[in-house]
Every structure is written in structure tokens, then in C-alpha cells.
Design a protein around this ligand. Structure first.
Ligand code: ADP
Length: 434
């Protein structure tokens, strides 16, 4: 059933924003909405809510219970929204179902579900004849010793539906496979993952390791056509055993031919998954001349990282730069965003990795790091006294460093220099014996 839309064109436009917790990207959407003079309505998972200043106004939903959540949003009343944005991996299917109910153009619920599920993504790419690793899905309770003998190495063991490289491990032989599989099983059995109530966590994906350089692609799809907003180089080698993202740089320094290969591979992969309208964020590996798309998420780049992108509106050259959030709100409202071009400066972000497990106390050297020419911001997001858990079990960064400059090389040097000036004070965790 499609709910009838109101025809009162002059009223304040409303965009429904479905988000997991992290406050900063929600705030960026809030700022963009204020600039555009539109109203945001929030829906968020009560379980994920920690300290969100917008929380009082949010419609509580459960991302794992889509049927009830769709009804909760509709029952919350008010006129149907004029657009939908989903931020984070977990709300994308709910967002797609709501868009369908409201008759708004968006990725279909089926495509959103495939994009969230690494095995379904592999199958969709394979059916479309696109390059994909050799893959197999196995029950997480399977005996890895019984599996190990028939596998070819190196390979990657990973969850089917977590994000941020959580649980993703490269293994080079049978012994490493057994250890990694058991480690992944423990992660998928942990309360933190179980609370998602996602049946995808009952199985693991095993796939061949694809060598090569890795790129991320940020884009927006309009009626099935992809517009690439940025290709990001990931200059640090991602060869395992874990796959921590560190630096993203744009514009890409890859040769023009390779950039075309990456763009076209991502568009074909997005179409094979069925994604058609709304933001996408893809990861792609270039092995020689073959572009392997590892995933296409039906959402924008996560959290604070979106600040790495800024756009210029040729119709408003004196105005403030346009943020990714503003671009996405305009797109959600059906406005043409084709004229918005990424700024001419090179830009980059370092997601500050967690150097070791322990209790975070503080970071020293932030003012010195912030003074590095080109560095625009050093933002520590870890909270003092928080437990730090590195990959593959962890799911957060210590913070972010942002830099801009004339070339991607200058930006990369600035990010590394700033990171080198930071000193992390992390205490050992003390086991409490009762
Ligand atoms: P997530 O959604 O958690 O980011 P991905 O499947 O995208 O999980 O994997 C995270 C990272 O692990 C990738 O960006 C890549 O660096 C690495 N990776 C994953 N699968 C493979 C593979 N088959 N071959 C090589 N590297 C891989």
C-alpha cells in the first residue's frame, strides 16, 4: 500500500532521517536542514541511543523488527515525509520499506537487504557475471578443523552482516583458519552482536583473498544511474591479517583508466544488487586491470568522515560550501544535485586506529598535531576511561584527523605527520576478581 502524499507544496518540506546512534552525523544533517529550511524527523533504534541531543524528538524503532518499525513511524503521525535518508548500515532496509510505503523514490527493500548481506551481495554479483572472489557460506557452529582441509589459501573469513571491517580476517593456512574461525564465532556469539537479532550472524563467509590496491567510492544513484561524488585512495596496504581503515584521500591518484574501471565496476555492481536511488558507498579492489567490488552499501560514508567531502554550488559561488549531508538532503527531496561539484582542493581523513587494547586515558599532542600545515581538525572521539577494543572485535576509532591541501600527496603527508605527533595514553585493563 502506498500512502497518499499531500499536495500542499508550500508547507515546510520534511525529511525522515533514520540513524544509528552516533551524534555527529545527525548533527551535520541538522545543520544542513537548518540551512535548507527543511524539517528533519528522526527515527532511531532505542537500543543504540546513548547520548543523542536529538533523542527527545526521535521516533523509537527497532531496526531488526521492520514491520513494527514501519508502523511505528507511520503511526507517529504528521504528513508523509517528502524524502528519506538512512545513515549507518542497519537502518537501510527499514528506510527502503518506509520509502516504498510513502511512495518515495529510493533503493528497493530487496536491494537494500542484499547490500547489507555480504553473501547475498556475492551471489548477486556472480549472477550478473561480475568479478567476485570464490566464496562459501558456512554455519558459524561448524567445526573449522573439518573445513580447513578442503580450502585454498590465502582466504578471508568474515561475518555476513557486520561493518567497519569488524570480524574480517585474512588467513594463510589451515592452522590460522581454525583460530580465525573460532575468533569470528566468539564475536558473532557475543551479546553485542546477538542483540542485533540478525539471522545473518548465524553463518560466516569464507572467500578467496583478492590482492591489489583498494579504493572507496562515494556516490549517489538517481533512477538507476550512478553519479560518483568521489573516489578515495586508501594509501595504506590492506593485506591483513585485519583490515583497519586508516587514510582516505581524494581525488584519487589512480590513472584515469583505472578510475574509469572502478566507476564502471561500482555502477554495474550497484545495479546487479538492484540499488537504484539514494546514496551508496562502495569498496573496490583493483587486481591488475580487474576491479573487484567488495561491497556496495546503500548509505553514505559513515560518521564524521563525511567532512572530508565538500561541494561547490556554481549557482551560489559566494555561499558556504555544500556538505555531503546537504547534498543528500537535496537529493532526497528530488532536487537536481548534478551541478554540485567536489571542491578543487585535495582532501583526506585519517581514522585514528586503536593501537592496543586497554583503558583509554587521554591523547597528548593534539595542539601540536593540529598545527601541522594543512591539518584542519584533530578530533578525538574516544571517551576517557572507555575500554578500547582493536579490530577484529572492536568497532570504533580513537578519532579523526582531517586535512586539505593542493594535492593528495600533500594531504597524506600532513595526516601522517599529525598522527605522528599524537601520544596515546592507554592503561592495561585490570581484571576484576570477585
Ligand atoms: P565491512 O563491511 O565490515 O567493511 P568488507 O567485506 O568490506 O567488510 O571487508 C572489510 C575490508 O576487508 C575490505 O575493505 C578489504 O580491505 C578487506 N577484504 C574483505 N574481503 C576481502 C577479500 N576477499 N580480499 C581481500 N581483502 C578483503
Amino acid at each position: 500500500m502506498v500512502l497518499l502524499r499531500r499536495a500542499d507544496g508550500d508547507r515546510l518540506k520534511r525529511v525522515l532521517l533514520l540513524a544509528t546512534t552516533t551524534g555527529y552525523q545527525i548533527r551535520a544533517f541538522g545543520e544542513a536542514a537548518a540551512k535548507l529550511g527543511i524539517r528533519l524527523i528522526f527515527a532511531s533504534d532505542r537500543c543504540d541511543q546513548i547520548e543523542d541531543p536529538w533523542w527527545d524528538q526521535a521516533i523509537p524503532v527497532r531496526f531488526h523488527d521492520e514491520e513494527r518499525s514501519v508502523n511505528a513511524v507511520i503511526d507517529a503521525g504528521g504528513p508523509p515525509p517528502d524524502g528519506i535518508v538512512a545513515v549507518g548500515d542497519r537502518p537501510v532496509v527499514l528506510g527502503a520499506r518506509l520509502a516504498q510505503r510513502y511512495g518515495l523514490p529510493w533503493h528497493s527493500p530487496e536491494a537494500a537487504a542484499v547490500s547489507r548481506h555480504k553473501m547475498l551481495t556475492r551471489q548477486a554479483l556472480q549472477r550478473a557475471g561480475l568479478p567476485t572472489p570464490v566464496f562459501e557460506s558456512v554455519a558459524i557452529d561448524a567445526d573449522p578443523r573439518a573445513l580447513a582441509g578442503r580450502l585454498s589459501f590465502p582466504l578471508v573469513v568474515k561475518p555476513q552482516a557486520l561493518s567497519g571491517s569488524r570480524g574480517v580476517m585474512r588467513v594463510n593456512d589451515e592452522a590460522e583458519f581454525v583460530v580465525a574461525f573460532e575468533r569470528l564465532a566468539a564475536l558473532l556469539h557475543s551479546p553485542d552482536v546477538r542483540k542485533e537479532q540478525d539471522s545473518a550472524h548465524e553463518r560466516a563467509l569464507i572467500e578467496s583473498f583478492i590482492p591489489g590496491r583498494e579504493y572507496a567510492v562515494e556516490g549517489v544513484m538517481t533512477n538507476g544511474a550512478l553519479r560518483v561524488l568521489a573516489i578515495f585512495d586508501k594509501p595504506d596496504p590492506l593485506d591483513g591479517p585485519f583490515f583497519e581503515e586508516t587514510i582516505y584521500l581524494t581525488p584519487s591518484s589512480a590513472p584515469a583508466d583505472d578510475q574509469r574501471r572502478i566507476e564502471s565496476a561500482v555502477e554495474r555492481a550497484a545495479c546487479a544488487i538492484g540499488l537504484s536511488h539514494g546514496p551508496i558507498h562502495a569498496e573496490c579492489r583493483l587486481d591488475g586491470k580487474t576491479a573487484y567490488v567488495l561491497e556496495v552499501a546503500a548509505r553514505p560514508i559513515g560518521g564524521l568522515c563525511s567532512r572530508v567531502l565538500r561541494f561547490c554550488d556554481p549557482a551560489d559561488l559566494d555561499g558556504d560550501p555544500v556538505s555531503l549531508e546537504e547534498l543528500l538532503l537535496r537529493h532526497a527531496l528530488g532536487r537536481d544535485v548534478a551541478q554540485l561539484l567536489r571542491e578543487s582542493a585535495a582532501s583526506g581523513v585519517m581514522m585514528i586506529p586503536i593501537p592496543k587494547r586497554g583503558v583509554f586515558r587521554r591523547v597528548e599532542g593534539v595542539p601540536e598535531a593540529a598545527c601541522v600545515p594543512g591539518v584542519e581538525e584533530v578530533r578525538i572521539t574516544a571517551k576517557p576511561d572507555a575500554s578500547l577494543i582493536p579490530l577484529p572485535e572492536g568497532k570504533s576509532y580513537l578519532g579523526f584527523i582531517f586535512a586539505r591541501g593542493a594535492t593528495a600527496g600533500i594531504v597524506e603527508t600532513a595526516l601522517r605527520e599529525a598522527h605522528g605527533r599524537l601520544r596515546f595514553v592507554i592503561d592495561r585493563e585490570v581484571a576484576v576478581v570477585t
